[in-house]
Structures are given as C-alpha cells and as structure tokens.
Design a protein around this ligand. Structure first.
Ligand code: ZN
Length: 383
C-alpha cells in the first residue's frame, strides 16, 4: 500500500529555515527519520509553504529537517541500520571520525552537523519535535523521555502522552538532544500511509510552534483547527499512559502479530495477540496494546500500556519540584550510585514492590541490569 505520494526526487535535507536567530526559542522539527514514514515530511512541506508567507515575525528560529533521505527515496525504514537507534556516544564518535561508512553514517553525519550548529547558535531555549508514524492503525500519541519540561510540551497536544517508552530503547535522537538540554518530544501521527497522518502531523507542528511561542497572529486559526482535529479523535482515550511491557523480537523468532490490533486497543491478560516459533504470544496483563508490528523491519513486536492518571501526573510533578529525588535512597533496598548523580542502585531482593513505582514518579525510568543489582537512571535537565 502506497497511498501517500512524496516527491522524493527533489527532496533536500533542509525543508525550511525561518527566523532571525534572535533571543527567542528555536524549534527543530525532524521528519522521515524512518524512511517508510513520509507523512511527517509532507506535513512539514505544508507548514513551510505557509511560513514562507512573511516569514517568522517573532524572535527565534524554526528549522525543519529531513531525517533519512536515502531511506525515504527507497521507501524503507532504513538501508543498513535504524537511524533512530544510532545516537549513542560510540556511534557518534565513529560517524564523526570516519569519512565514509554506510548509508546511515552519511545521513547521520549531515544531521549531526546541522543539529550541533542549531544548538550552538541558539540564544534561547531549544525544542525538538520528531515526527513519526506507526505500522498499525489507531490513535495518534506523543512519547517523551520523562522530564517535566518534556511532559509540559507534550501535554499541550490533546492526544495521549506515553511515558516510559523512550527509556526502553537506547540511542534515540531524543537521547542525544536531551543531553544537550533540548526539550524533546516525538509525535506518532497514525498509520504510515493514511492521509490523516499528514493532517495530524501538521496539526502537531502548529500546536508546538504555538506552545513554544513562535506563532504569528495570522497562525491562530491554524493552531485552533489543529487542536480541534487532534482533540476530536482522542477524547475517549487516557491523557497519559505508562509502558508496562515490551515484547522484543529477533528475526529468528518469526513473530507475527495477530491481525486487527491498533494503538490503545484494550486487551485482557492471557489474550493471544500474536504467534512466534514457540507458539502463541499472549498479553501479560489487562491493559492496552501500543504499536503492534505490522511491517517486516523493527525489533519490537508490541507494547502494553496502562493509564497514568492526571492525579499521579500531579503527584509526580510536585515530588520532583520538591526534589524528593534527594531522599530516594531512603527507600528500602535503594542506595545512591557511587559515581552518577542521576542514577540509583536497587537491590531487587530487598526493595519493596512500591519502590519502583516511587522511582518512576521521580523520573528514574531507565533500567540497566548490572549483575544481580539494577541501576535506574533518569534524565538530567528535569526541572
Ligand atoms: Zn518512526
């Protein structure tokens, strides 16, 4: 199915660059980081046409970039490796030093150059909006690395916000930009080839432009229309959800998702959601399915998410503002990390069931197994 026609022949890395580079905010919008996701690129082209009329009138900058040009031309998620798993320190050093490399090395080197300069030149706060689509159908949503600034921009979009997804994968573009103090969010606007995914991605760009303070008076109707469009299809869904389970897959698993699942579809514990070489694959709990895999490339079969209520969003905001992280090591089985101020060491044999919940509230969501202990980390710049 190829419903969205993106003219890849004359596509360039920089779709648009607007503004005076003054004291105001910088918003970087990246689309097509996965080459089989043209909707975000089409949405950015529309936004560029409209921003072209009179340019930005506010101080600041809007930079719209294409992620994986070569993969977009090929219509594939990637050619040699996933460009949204490539932003680890080792990979970045390798890409910077090596003059050639594979297709994604070249893509990443160009992107790195543009992103680094944008961050260095910015005199105000910097934001990143990363546009994606999913292989399965269903509602749109935002995903963020769990910091308060990221949450607050994501919650300006009237779609569910997914917490705990960014922490499950290493080397995303968010990881890299977040380390440089950039406020980041990803927006998943729908199924790869549905025309509505372009409309929703465009709506998200206008709303985020408005949230960070970069819209012009004449854009007000577009922002309002964008809010209406996104709110319409998502009123029945939770404001925020938390990832409870990830089903990782490898090529030898021969995993196949059962047809008919979509984002946020309710599922019961034990319900069959797919098959692999060992037989039936079931949901571990009664919750909702997210990102069921209906394409060949990818390393996640599906996710299971559960509502994170507005009450707990508020509790966690208050706890972080009150710097309760400084006493998190008082929890049973939890101690300070000897070197990393953004990490804690958890002894699983001693820690009580509620300790992990409290640590999540405080933003410690990334888990790394080290021998029989668990190291939990949170992002810096969470204030
Ligand atoms: Zn993607």
């Amino acid at each position: 199915m190829q419903a969205l026609a993106l003219r890849v022949g004359d596509l360039t890395r920089v779709l648009g660059d607007f503004g005076d580079g003054g004291e105001g905010p910088t918003l970087v919008v990246v689309s097509g980081l996965h080459g089989n996701e043209p909707a975000g690129v089409l949405a950015c082209q529309r936004v560029c046409e409209l921003l072209d009329e009179g340019g930005l009138t506010r101080s600041g900058r809007v930079l719209l970039l294409v992620g994986n040009l070569a993969a977009l031309r090929a219509g594939a998620r990637y050619l040699n490796r996933d460009l949204n798993r490539a932003w680890t320190r080792a990979q970045i050093d390798a890409v910077r030093q090596d003059g050639y490399g594979d297709a994604e090395d070249r893509e990443q080197r160009e992107l790195l150059g543009l992103l680094d300069v944008a961050v260095q030149e910015a005199r105000g706060p910097v934001y990143l909006l990363d546009l994606h689509t999913t292989s399965g159908p269903g509602a749109a949503f935002s995903t963020v690395a769990d910091t308060l600034p990221n949450r607050s921009v994501a919650l300006s979009l009237p779609v569910p916000m997914v917490l705990g997804l960014e922490e499950l994968v290493e080397g995303t573009l968010h990881d890299y930009m977040g380390q440089h103090g950039v406020t980041t969010l990803a927006f998943e606007s729908g199924q790869h080839q549905e025309p509505e995914a372009v409309d929703r991605a465009e709506a998200a760009v206008w709303i985020v432009l408005d949230t960070v303070g970069l819209t012009r008076d004449r854009d007000a109707p577009r922002v309002a229309e964008g809010r209406r469009l996104l709110a319409q299809g998502h009123r029945h869904l939770p404001r925020a959800v938390e990832v409870r389970y990830r089903h990782p897959i490898a090529p030898g698993d021969f995993f196949r998702m059962t047809e008919g699942f979509g984002n946020f579809q309710p599922v019961r514990a034990g319900e069959v959601v797919g098959r692999d070489r060992d037989g039936e694959v079931v949901s571990p709990e009664t919750a909702r399915i997210l990102m069921p895999l209906y394409q060949r490339q990818g390393s996640d079969g599906f996710f299971v998410v559960r509502e994170f209520t507005p009450f707990w969003l508020r509790v966690s905001r208050v706890a972080r503002r009150g710097r309760l992280d400084r006493v998190a090591h008082w929890l049973p089985g939890v101690r300070r990390h000897p070197e990393d101020p953004h990490a804690l060491v958890v002894d699983r044999g001693v820690a009580r069931w509620y300790a992990m919940q409290v640590l999540h509230l405080l933003g410690f969501r990334r888990e790394v197994e080290v021998g029989d202990t668990l190291v939990v980390q949170r992002r810096p710049h969470d204030a």
